[in-house]
Design a protein around this ligand. Structure first.
Ligand SMILES: *[C@@H]1O[C@H](CO)[C@@H](O)[C@H](O)[C@H]1NC(C)=O
Ligand SMILES: *[C@@H]1O[C@H](CO)[C@@H](O)[C@H](O)[C@H]1NC(C)=O
Length: 510
């Protein structure tokens, strides 16, 4: 009896493993290190859970992990230019949008021209699931279509404007953000106007510049190339790198999964002498990093002076990620290094705040460790992140153009205040309080898509024609009915009036 039970159990385990080992292909043709930094832990976790993962990217592993197979595109694209101007303007925004979409198509050409990638379709590789980055190009969807497996989308940021339609998400500028711009969930009239124009501008540009170009590139390799927007509609799930603690509740269908936070690793001990510098601080430490946004060479001298003079008035020590060895005036309370273990620093109890450009990775780490943020957005999704940080209570926002010693000192005092420190801890608690960890969520829905490959959660809203979606036909019909009734009424009244008038005239004549 017990042997039989054990046999059943063993067979069950064996079967379970068989069913669970998925052959997964990841397509990441965008050469952005900060993006891949988020995908990597997810891909590695898939292998840890027994899946066989093949990854097309510009970032092959340096220490190979079992069941993680690279198809490397490294060295095939120009390294992304990282220096963007510090002053935001509409012309800069247009420049960046064109750059992004052209860059996406250039990556598409590189992807399809790669011999190892071509082998996938020439040798008819079978995958159970394909994971595709959703960012500046849908070229990968064309490749996924040839390989014929269900697709899961993944991002490192909030939804781009042109990604709403494919999931049937209604976009409404009155409370929904657009990356590149501020305003949060309570925008001014001007911000709503700005959002509306930017939303349609990006959508139209994406359709006619990015998708059309990518479709033409795909046609050089394949006979059957459906419109990319049609393939986009077949994406089973999208794993969004955000959480509503930060963005506020948005109206998303159940196939849009929030997984923001999974990249944050367990903190490791901080190396010396930084550890000593942090632990010996009497009043705590402020951490500063603008990623690659603010560089010594591109930062105006007067702005740098403003920051240093404000910091010199703080009793706190400062740890600053800066690529030069010294700062003007050699301030004593500042520790400089061009490489710093950001997550480990933010995790340290002595660290009291984070002065940052509000990139999604650093922002996520600040949420995770409950550290207040001074958000100084420069470009990309930073303005909308910064607005969300301020709105949810994790931090305050400051504009680079408005950076003076007084404004910065005021913001520093705000976040270093014990009340604000406690508030950041509360926000962080909310961030962590979820039914399932973000990594478990990401893996669960990825496996779900492969398990139920013929089933979709896709909202019916995504398939409804625009006229029907906006109920234009119903409104037109009802207007017609009202008009007919009104005219009939008017006609009847005029008839009655006429008869009365005629009767009066007759009686007068008599
Ligand atoms: C895992 O994927 C690689 C290709 O990336 C393939 O060569 C190998 O056969 C796969 N392993 C299993 C067990 O399917
Ligand atoms: C999914 O649909 C395809 C084609 O309609 C069919 O061949 C396949 O058996 C279905 N798979 C499952 C798991 O239902």
């Amino acid at each position: 009896m017990s042997t039989a039970l054990m046999l059943t159990f063993l067979l069950g385990t064996f079967n379970f493993n068989l069913v669970c080992t998925l052959n997964i292909l990841g397509i990441f043709p965008y050469e952005g290190k900060s993006h891949f930094f988020v995908f990597k832990p997810y891909l590695e976790e898939l292998t840890k859970r027994g899946h066989n993962v093949t990854v097309i990217s510009y970032f092959p592993q340096s220490d190979p992990v079992e069941n993680y197979n690279d198809i490397s595109l490294a060295g095939k694209a120009k390294v992304l230019e990282e220096a963007f101007p510090l002053s935001r303007s509409y012309s800069m925004f247009i420049h960046i949008s064109l750059f992004l979409f052209n860059y996406g198509s250039a990556n598409c050409r590189i992807l399809l021209a790669d011999e190892q990638v071509q082998n996938l379709w020439k040798n008819k590789w079978q995958f159970d699931l394909i994971v595709v980055e959703q960012f500046n190009s849908d070229c990968s969807l064309g490749l996924a279509h040839q390989l014929g497996a269900p697709v899961v989308g993944i991002t490192t940021h909030t939804l781009m404007p042109y990604h709403h339609d494919r999931f049937g998400i209604p976009y409404n500028p009155s409370y929904m953000h657009v990356q590149f711009f501020e305003g949060g969930t309570k925008p001014t009239f001007y911000q709503r106007l700005e959002r509306t124009v930017v939303y349609y501008y990006l959508k139209i540009l994406y359709r006619y510049l990015s998708q059309r170009t990518d479709e033409n590139i795909l046609r050089q390799y394949f006979d059957d190339v459906p419109p990319l927007e049609e393939l986009a509609g077949k994406i089973k799930f999208i794993l969004l790198y955000q959480h509503h603690t930060m963005t506020g509740s948005l109206l998303y269908p159940p196939n849009v999964i929030e997984v923001g936070g999974y990249h944050v690793a367990k903190p490791k001990p901080i190396p010396e002498p930084l550890k000593k510098f942090i632990e010996e601080s009497e009043h705590g430490v402020l951490y500063i990093s603008f990623g690659s946004m603010l560089k010594a060479a591109s930062t105006p001298k007067d702005k740098l002076k403003v920051i240093i003079s404000a910091l010199s008035e703080l009793p706190q020590r400062v740890v600053w990620k800066w690529e030069e060895k010294t700062l003007p005036g050699n301030p004593k309370n500042i520790y400089l290094s061009n490489w710093l273990p950001q997550n480990d620093i933010l995790a340290h109890p002595k660290v009291m705040g984070f002065f940052s450009h509000a990139g999604m990775l650093g922002t996520t780490e600040a949420f995770y460790h409950g550290k207040p943020v001074i958000a100084m957005p420069i470009f990309g999704d930073q303005p909308s992140n910064a607005a969300a940080i301020e709105e949810c209570g994790l931090g305050v926002m400051i504009q680079f153009s408005e950076l003076t010693k007084e404004t910065l000192l005021e913001k520093l005092k705000t976040i270093l205040d014990p009340k604000f420190q406690a508030q950041a801890k509360r926000v962080s608690k909310l961030w962590h309080d979820r039914p399932m960890s973000p990594m478990d969520s990401a893996i669960y829905w990825t496996e779900y898509a492969a398990r139920n490959r013929n089933f979709t959660f896709r909202s019916a809203a995504a398939n409804v024609p625009t006229v029907q979606y906006l109920c234009l036909d119903v409104i037109l019909f009802l207007l017609g009915v009202i008009l007919v009734i009104a005219y009939t009424f008017k006609y009847v009244i005029s008839l009655i009036c006429c008869k009365r008038k005629q009767a009066q005239i007759k009686s007068k004549k008599q």
